[in-house]
Design a protein around this ligand. Structure first.
Ligand code: SF4
Length: 295
C-alpha cells in the first residue's frame, strides 16, 4: 500500500518507483514547456542540457534539513521508506517518464516526443537529500554506465557519501554566509555547517557547482563571506539563484523574499569582485546568474 503521505504528492504529478518507496520522478516545468515549444531550462543555456530529454528525480524524499525556502512539504516526509535498488530505479526511469509525459504528445513534434521518451539526462534534484539514499554511489555509477549525463544536487550535509559519488556535475548548496544564518534558514536536524564546508572542499577536483539560493531579507548579506567559501571550494561554477515563491515555501515565506534579477546580478558581481570567478551567463526568467572559475 502506498503511504498516505505520498498521495497528495501523486496528485501533484510525482510518479513513484514502487509502493512504500519515496523514490520518484516528476517532469519539471521546463521539460513540459520545451515539449510545447515554449522555451528551455537555464541548464540548456548554460550547459547544453536538452530540457525535453531531462529526467528530474530523487531516490528518496527524506532530508536532513527543513529549509524555509524548500518547495516540498515537510508534512509529506516519508515515515517509512523502503528503498528501491539502483537497478529498479534505472530500469523504471524511461517507463515513469513516458507515463508522466503522455499527455504532451499532441503538443510536441513526433521527433521531439520520441526523443523525450528516450531521456539522456538525469537531474537528481527533485526534492529530499539524495545522500540519504544508502546506495547513491552505485545508482550514479549505473546511470553513468547507461550513458546518462548526471547532475547531482546535494545540501552538503553528508560529505562522506558525496566523496564516493561520481556524477557528471556535482552541486553543493551554500545557503548562508555564516553558521547562525544557516541554522535559522535551513533548520538542519543537527548542525551540519562543518559538513557543508567539507562537502565544498570536494568540489575543486571535479566538475562542480556551488548553488547559492538568495532569499531576500534572510541570506542576501555578506557577499564577501560567500566569496571566501566559493574561492576555497575551487568549484568549476557558481549559480547565484533567486528564491522562487513556489509550492509549500509559500506557507513559510512571502513574495517579498523573492529577490529581483537586478538584485541577484548585483550580489553575483560582489562575489566576483572578491574571488577568481567571472560572470559567464545569466537567465532572467529563472533569476539565475552563472559564475565560472577563471584561475
Ligand atoms: S535541503 Fe533541499 S530538499 Fe532538503 S529542505 Fe532544504 S531545499 Fe528542501
Amino acid at each position: 500500500m502506498r503511504s498516505p503521505q505520498c498521495n497528495p504528492l501523486k496528485r501533484q504529478g510525482y510518479q513513484f518507483f514502487k509502493d512504500n518507496s519515496s523514490a520518484a520522478v516528476k517532469p519539471c516545468l521546463w521539460c513540459r514547456k520545451a515539449l510545447k515549444g515554449n522555451g528551455a531550462c537555464y541548464k540548456n543555456q548554460f550547459y547544453g542540457i536538452a530540457s525535453h530529454r531531462c529526467v528530474q528525480m530523487t531516490p528518496t524524499l527524506r532530508c536532513t534539513q527543513r529549509c524555509l525556502f524548500c518547495w516540498r512539504s515537510f508534512e509529506h516526509e516519508p515515515v517509512q521508506d523502503t528503498e528501491c535498488t539502483p537497478e529498479e530505479i534505472v530500469d523504471a526511469i524511461p517507463v515513469l517518464q513516458k507515463r508522466a509525459l503522455s499527455g504532451y504528445k499532441p503538443y510536441a513534434t513526433a521527433e521531439q516526443f520520441a526523443e523525450a521518451l528516450a531521456p539522456r539526462h538525469v537531474a537528481i534534484s527533485l526534492a529530499g537529500e539524495p545522500t540519504c539514499y544508502s546506495r547513491l554511489p552505485e545508482l550514479v555509477d549505473l546511470l553513468n554506465a547507461k550513458g546518462y549525463t548526471t547532475f547531482l544536487v546535494s545540501n552538503g550535509t553528508n560529505p562522506d557519501v558525496l566523496a564516493q559519488t561520481s556524477p557528471f556535475q556535482t552541486y553543493v548548496s551554500l545557503c548562508a554566509p555564516d553558521e547562525n544564518t544557516y541554522l535559522r534558514l535551513c533548520r538542519p536536524e543537527r548542525d551540519s555547517w562543518e559538513q557543508i564546508t567539507a562537502s565544498l572542499a570536494l568540489l575543486g577536483k571535479r566538475r562542480s557547482a556551488v548553488r547559492i539560493t538568495l532569499v531576500q531579507g534572510w541570506n542576501d548579506v555578506s557577499p564577501e563571506e560567500y566569496a571566501i567559501k566559493v574561492q576555497e571550494s575551487g568549484a568549476t561554477y557558481v549559480e547565484v539563484k533567486g528564491y522562487m515563491y513556489l509550492g509549500y515555501s509559500r506557507n513559510r515565506l512571502t513574495v517579498e523574499n523573492m529577490p529581483s534579477h537586478a538584485r541577484i546580478r548585483t550580489f553575483a558581481e560582489e562575489i566576483v569582485h572578491s574571488s577568481d570567478y567571472r560572470i559567464a551567463d545569466e537567465n532572467i526568467p529563472s533569476r539565475v546568474v552563472l559564475l565560472e572559475r577563471v584561475a
